[in-house]
Ligand binder design. Structure first.
Ligand code: C6P
Length: 404
């Protein structure tokens, strides 16, 4: 598929040590490491272009603007949006969902109307709706899950009523790794005349996501989880929806004209990009998307699937192992607890062995409540992880178990 050792050389950080041990980085769902091409693009942009975009007539400003808009085109192509008007740059998934929650609820919903989310949402796809609920009197309905960590689609269908105005659903769970059947869920929502926001934070880095094929109305994702920089993300929205929604923030760039009597907002997508954007972040996000595209999203998915299947098999050999998330459709996230060992102890001791995992509730406390636990240990894979690193994790867990 691709030469994993060669790929690893593109990520200088992977050859460092921690506590004198080779780094085994298994916290890719939190953030991914950056290839040389991405880091160099940040330096190059600042060293040789750097100017404010969409503002100056001078050469640098025009070049920066060209690079910014070329980055938007790269994102458009990556998710197969129809036009760059549908691509809004934000700070990340969280800001994308906040933007939509604010603009959609305040313009499209009345008190008592409902948004459907699921029991496996990240806090970023719960709290913005709760904030809007407190302001605007909307209600939140929750799709339940089974013990394997799969959404109950029959229950989902039953949640719809004439009061349902939006479905906001995670594509891939950051805790369970479940790949939700979003295409089918969108069809169901559309049959009720309801648009759908897909939280793509954990799908965009790991599989091909085609917004036209899914027929998603909105999609949110973060640059830093797809080998790009922190502080940049995307909100995709169908043009006719974005046209109808009011701006989220206001100020420079999102206007066409301003007087004290009347302000006319800018056209798409600038209406949603108030203030000086992180244009360098956008450009280096585009380099990250070029990088994964060159490897091939299907190849990345297949490689991570192999790692996940192997990890599930090897982890299950450990006595007292409890795995959370056993869906058939599962991406490279494995959450677990072993015996009575606290997740924080396990994570801290694995760290001493050079193995970086995440512990805790993973910003999904309602899901923890569903399973009656406080937190888990989570290993999450990226395109550069190897089967040997899975072995290192398993050996590490066994060493920690011996200490208890
Ligand atoms: N999950 C994790 O370790 P931001 O922070 O805006 O880039 O992404 C938020 C977010 C939204 N949805 C899902 C499904 C996510 O997984 C995340 C981020 C990280 O699982 C950090 S909490």
């Amino acid at each position: 598929m691709f030469d994993i050792q060669k790929v690893r050389e593109d990520f200088p950080i992977l050859s460092r040590t921690v506590y004198g041990k080779p780094l085994v980085y298994l916290d890719n769902a939190a953030t991914t490491q950056k290839p040389r091409a991405v880091v160099e693009s940040i330096a190059n942009e600042y060293y040789s272009v750097n100017a404010n975009v969409h503002r100056g007539v001078h050469f640098l400003s025009q070049q920066a603007t060209e690079h910014y808009e070329a980055a938007r085109e790269t994102v458009r192509k990556f998710i197969n949006a129809r036009t760059t008007n549908e691509i809004v740059f934000t700070r990340g998934t969280t800001e994308s969902i906040n933007l939509l929650a604010s603009s959609f609820v305040e313009s499209q919903m009345k008190p008592g109307e409902e948004v459907i989310v699921s029991n496996m949402e990240h806090h970023s796809n719960i709290v913005p709706w709760q904030v809007e609920a407190a302001k605007c009197g909307i209600a939140i309905k929750v799709i339940p899950i089974n013990d394997k960590g799969e959404l109950l689609l029959d229950e989902y269908e039953k949640l719809f009523s004439p009061k349902t105005k939006l479905v906001s659903i995670v594509h891939v769970s950051n805790v369970l790794g479940t790949i939700n059947p979003v295409k089918k869920m969108i069809q169901i929502a559309h049959a009720h005349g309801v648009p759908v926001l897909v939280d793509g934070a954990q799908s965009i880095p790991h599989m091909k996501v085609d917004v036209q094929d899914l027929d998603a109305d909105f999609l949110a994702f973060s640059g830093h989880k797809v080998y790009g920089p922190t502080g940049i993300g995307v909100l995709y929205g169908k043009e006719d929806w974005l046209d109808r929604l009011p701006p989220y923030q206001s100020g420079g760039e999102m206007i066409q004209s301003v007087s004290f009597e009347k302000t006319v907002f800018n056209e798409l997508p600038f209406k949603f990009e108030a203030g000086t954007p992180d244009y360098v972040g956008s450009v280096s996000l585009a380099r990250a998307l070029d990088y994964v595209s060159a490897l091939g999203m299907d190849n990345i998915f297949a490689h991570e699937k192999e790692l996940t299947n192997y990890a599930m098999k090897r982890l299950k050999e450990i006595e007292g192992m409890r795995i959370y998330g056993e869906s058939e459709q599962k991406s490279g996230v494995v959450s677990f607890l072993v015996g009575q060992i606290h997740h924080l102890d396990m994570g801290t001791l694995l760290d001493q062995l050079g193995i970086a995992v995440r512990t805790g509730h993973h910003c999904a406390q309602p899901l923890m409540i569903r399973y009656g636990i406080e937190g888990t240990v989570r290993a999450s894979f990226g395109l550069y992880n190897t089967l040997a690193e899975v072995d290192a994790l398993v050996d590490g867990i066994k060493r920690v178990m011996k200490m208890f």
